[in-house]
Design a protein around this ligand. Structure first.
Ligand code: ATP
Length: 261
């Protein structure tokens, strides 16, 4: 295990409990175990490598050793389970702002992919545990491509994905990136709990999807103009006939009419 120093961390809770592991199957599985053992709010598990990293719909997340940040953040929100979908937004805004603090023009492709220059640099996923009345925890798995070269990605991803290294031409410190992102994640987490409207405005401002023509596939096949998001983080798409569709995160993949974004 190497030393990973988050020395410019300004957070109260996020990353204060921090576990750095070399290889895990998936940070979700590791965090589930930690959660059962009572891990605290803000606890972060970082892995150098995931052998079974997953995205939405159980699709593989490429997690090459030492090249990216593969981490999981545990939240113990005092939030009604019905409001849990709101947490998706804070994570996307937090990562985008953190990368912007480092000089990258990061935007959010709905629901929560982070894109820079039209390329996917980060994906994230959330799972939760609890019952109808009480949200015991939410675990956010976040993968950020940091120092991959193009050939580190499989052929089918080379058009769509990029890393901070590819985009800047400079090797980036994973410590610096994680610190910047955790600082902004915590800020936006509190915005989500205390001032959701402002978070939602920030999200819309950073969105690469809202204000564009999109095509959705999966649960609903819809194409039209993305007008905004609603209070549950659903994407509002108006089709050619003027009908407004609310697309749910669990159902669809969205593409721009001209390509990935
Ligand atoms: P998309 O619109 O890209 O399909 P999604 O939100 O449905 O996004 P995710 O769950 O974020 O998908 O991630 C899974 C997909 O991301 C994979 O199917 C693959 O296309 C792509 N992918 C996998 N690993 C990486 C990576 N390291 N960097 C960028 N993209 C990746």
């Amino acid at each position: 295990m190497n030393i990973f120093e988050l020395k410019d961390l300004k957070t109260k809770d996020f990353g204060r409990a921090f576990v750095h592991l070399e290889t895990v199957e998936s940070t979700f599985l590791t965090m589930r175990e930690f959660e059962k053992q009572g891990a605290v709010h803000g606890c972060v598990v970082l892995a150098d490598e995931q052998t079974l990293g997953r995205g939405r719909f159980s699709r593989r997340w490429e997690s090459g050793k030492g090249l990216g940040l593969y981490f999981n953040l545990l939240l113990r929100p005092d939030l009604s389970p019905t409001l849990a979908p709101r947490l998706i937004l804070f994570a996307a805004v937090g990562v985008a702002q953190g990368l912007r603090d480092l000089g990258f023009e990061a935007k959010i492709k709905w629901p929560n992919d982070i894109v820079i220059s039209g390329k996917k640099v980060c994906g994230m996923l959330m799972e939760s545990g609890g019952d109808m009345e009480h949200l015991r925890y939410v675990s956010a798995g976040i993968g950020i491509n940091v120092n991959q070269t193009l050939s580190d990605f499989p052929d089918e991803l080379q058009e769509k994905a990029a890393s901070l290294f590819i985009l800047s031409g400079r090797e980036q410190s994973r410590e610096t990136v994680l610190t910047a992102v955790l600082n902004r994640l915590e800020e936006n987490y509190y915005l989500c709990i205390n001032n959701y409207e402002e978070l939602s405005e920030n999200y819309t401002r950073l969105s690469a999807t809202v204000g564009h023509e999109v095509v959705a596939s999966g649960g609903s096949e819809v194409s039209g103009f993305a007008e905004g998001i609603n209070e549950d983080g659903e994407l509002l798409v108006r089709d050619k006939k003027g009908v407004l569709h609310a697309l749910n995160i669990g159902d669809v993949s969205v593409r721009g009419v001209m390509g990935y974004v």
